[in-house]
Write a protein that binds this ligand. Sequence first.
Ligand code: 15L
Length: 237
Amino acid sequence: MRLTDVAPFPDPLPAGAEFMLADLGQEEALSRLAENCSAIVHFGAFSSNGSFEEVLGPNLRGLYHVYEAARRSRARVVFASSNHVVGFHARTAPLDRDCAYRPDSFYGLSKMYGEGMARLYQDKHGVESVLLRIGSCRPHPVNNRMLATWLSYADLTELVEKSLLAARVPYAIIWAISRNAASRWHDDDRQLIGWQPRDSADRWAPELAGPEPGVAGRYVGGEYCAAGYSRPDDASG
Ligand code: 15L
């Protein structure tokens, strides 16, 4: 197992692992890292609501470098996509894997580009991808929105393991959230990898009742939708 990041690894290395500092902009370094690997778990990115310039390098060009490395090594990619690819759907709308993209930010748009890259490399080169549309992965939910979007660390860990170990997965999209009663997302490809989440946000429901005010409370993407929102025809405030 080869680990890589732009920052030094903060903990003792796990047994059998090596670590190499690298930037997603370094195409050759990424290709070397992927040599003889059967899978790439790609969680590197500008990972929050950034400007176009902030996401451009790591999330667009860098993602291309990852997919080129996967093509050369014939490796499967497990990609950290995001709920922000569908962020401007109403929270109350039931969503399946094939619902329309409605990115809520340049970050969400960059993850949508990642899902498109996965499709292109499957159709043209046979590169396999498991796309994890991650909700809110943190120790526990902290607002009403996360009663639907929360993903526990344990559920994420098992999801990545199953994504790696499944026999053949040409192109799979998975709603990466725990068993949350408040979630309206359904019909993904989890059966292809045999994953079922075990944890649930439900026990925090009494203390997190009531949606956030305004735009953030209306849409899947929450604060990402509200940031810089300027529709002149919006009456909600
Ligand atoms: C994400 O995709 C981000 O990486 C993370 O920082 C959170 O904002 C999360 O979504 C979320 O929607 O809660």
